[in-house]
Design a protein around this ligand. Sequence first.
Ligand code: SF4
Length: 482
Amino acid sequence: MNDRFDDDRPREECGVLAIHGHPEAAALAALGLHALQHRGQEAAGIVTFDGAHFHAHRAIGLVGDNFGKDSVVAGLPGHAAVGHTRYSTTGASMLRNVQPLFAELSFGGLAIAHNGNLTNGLTLRRRLVREGCIFQSTTDTEVIVHLVAKSREPTPVERLVDALAQVEGAWSLVALFDDAVVAARDPLGVRPLVLGELGGVPVVASETCAFDILGARFVRDIEPGEVLVADAGGLRSLRPFPPRRPRFCIFEYVYFSRPDSYVDGRSVYEARKRIGIELAREAPAEADIVVPVPDSGVPAAIGYAHESGLPFELGIIRNHYVGRTFIEPSDRIRHLGVRLKHNANRGVLEGRRVVLVDDSIVRGTTSTKIVAMVRQAGAREVHMRIASPPTTHSCFYGVDTPERDQLLAARHGVEEMARLIGVDSLAFLSLDGLYRAVGEPGRHALRPAFCDACFSGDYPIRLTDVEGGERDCQLSLLLGEA
Ligand code: SF4
């Protein structure tokens, strides 16, 4: 169930949230997930534990649609909750894949919600199926559930740690046991995960914007490789994995995270504005106005306008009320494409030389349509400036990008891309410029501070499934269905 009118964006990933020790855990989880809606709009779920029983509600659709009714939240009693908002990076978008996943294991219940992607998930799944495991979903998260079930470690938390020691990839996850809530981040800390506090109670979320909606206080980032346990004894931090140099996803600053969030210690909004400043320094343009492609291009365009001295204008207006119910059945109107979502502001654009600022180019299809729309509205020249380097490689760490041969920048140089998109000039921010914008002196070739693989091809975590050919296998074969 993809948003067809935004199909040239890298997909958001997923959002997770956990709370322990609060009588209104489910209601707070629903609110927090609402703030994390941008990280996944396909489905949402919450699992609670009331001291005796687990309760779950999972559904396709938006958080507000699924958890807006008092009766739904009333059906989720308990002082502990984990929640998830989903965009599928693995596993089709079907109800059995909606997280948190839940299983009754030998020691009790386990609910788990995951943001990221396991790069050896299919390899492990194949092994587990051979060993007799029966999978209920096609998500890589279920691999972790089976590894926990099979672990010989004495306690549930130690079993989870044992499972996580076997998986590779990016995993920021929350888990709910009978007696504890656990939050864990992979040793490189690729995806964000933050700890907050609400009236003395710990809250964990993908981004700090979830704390703001709850009135919770941001405490700190959960560290790469950290396993945080909240139980009757309080909060304790475990460091079960060998320390590694962190490689946080630099694209979170460009596009994924909400601009009002602080991730990995930095304001996303400020980082995006500095990206625009760097872009203006590296790629100035003879133009009259700076226009963002809304919404994600807005902060970078503000920075670009500030640095260049050109006026910032809203030359494209976004319609925020394009809903899925309207989009889904509408093949006949599909050709309208971006016009449903964006409209040119003719009075601003007519006769002007425009600097058009967008966050990234993936396939190039959306950019082509937007440029055509801006020209039809009377723009005299269009100079496109992209707030990230060319996206030349796919992401395997939880962001759904197309195969490499679908990426425009993997197949064409910048001049050819400019011709294909139909702009008078095109420029991308350099990788060093992106690093400078997030407070680094530049990209250290041997010790880069971030994951930037979709721009550099330098993958910091082994791609076991790809190298082993598992990624090309049909999941049905792995499941033994064919
Ligand atoms: Fe982020 Fe790109 Fe790395 Fe994926 S490959 S984690 S999108 S920087």
